[in-house]
Design a protein around this ligand. Sequence first.
Ligand code: CP3
Length: 370
Amino acid sequence: MLPSKVTFSMQQSTSHLQIHPDELTSGTRFVRACLRRPVDRTPVWFLRQAGRYMPEYQAVRKHHSLLEICQTPALAAEVTITAAEKLDVDAAIIFADLLLPLTPMGLDFEFQAGEGPVVHQPLRTAEDIARLRTDRVSDLAYVAEAIEKVSAHFKDRIGIIGFCGAPFTLASYMVEGGNSRNYIETKKIMYRQPAVWRTLMDKLVKVLCGYVSQQVEAGADVIQIFDSWAGVLSVEDYRDFVLPHTKLLVREVQSLGVPVIYFGVETGGLLPLMRETGADVLGLDWRVPLGDTWRALDYSCAIQGNLDPITLFAEPDLIRTRVKHILQQAKGRPGHIFNLGHGIVPGTPVENVQYVVRCVRELSLEVKHG
Ligand code: CP3
């Protein structure tokens, strides 16, 4: 527990910001950390915190498909709220899926058990891309409606995270038709038809800006942009074909008045360029050492991460040691949000996720004041 009256001062700037800790809710703690302002303790939430590992989600899923849950605001809100309350985290990410914007753009897809998403007629030609629609973003209003419900439930108690896919990662699903190993079709368009690639990126950015602005209007405090598969790109390809478009999206989202978290997997070599998007927070996967990575970025942005999600299958002692190691690397510096280095996987014991929350609460105070 904190002493009842503690004040915090900005570490890196001359301005002193006095905050009474009683005034910090989980929501303000989370948003302040995204902006690298000092907080009393490290905020924590989990990628994929409302998924199949959770019995309450499985119970809803028994009666509804994944898309039905996403498209029914009452169900999406219920699943979001249940997970955040059960885990007692500082932020709730809205239950939705990366691929939802494909439908109003004119691409059908489904989730096939064991296979992940399947897009029935993937984009292959300039004509396919020319046909994509950008004028039906309002069809996605069900996500904003779910956010409104979550926001009405939590008020300002915890942070509410809206999200979308990044243009590259979404394009990779649209072109490959699903998960891919080598992303050959996507890279073929990038390399051989750069103008067509730009059209695809422009259309995606347009749709995503509209989609995210609905989410912010509905009450999202922060937007996370998932560039899950950006790690398949070389530094040069990321710089030439992806960075300008992602930067535009980040800037547009920030102009709505909310911080942006930008996350990708196996992005160790790309992080300096990902930083150039201007995102407020970079999400790290578990392969990179948090302390060295943050230092290499000159602490110029906030950092989210980065416990290996599979650590959640270990015994409590090891979990605690790993959590502590991450907090020690962050050294209580303003701008660390504790999370996993990728999503929680099915089969993860819920009590271990809850245990991580308790460890972060306790140990972040120890690291900060100890
Ligand atoms: O609380 C949460 O985080 C859950 C909400 C959520 C889902 N998808 C629901 C979902 C979020 C944040 C996503 C994002 C998402 N979707 C990403 C980016 C996140 C990441 O992990 O990098 C990606 C790449 C997708 C696309 C997608 N959707 C895939 C690859 C899969 C199959 C995954 C698998 O393990 O089978 C999905 C399906 C999906 N989306 C599930 C959930 C809970 C599991 C399937 C189900 O419940 O039927």
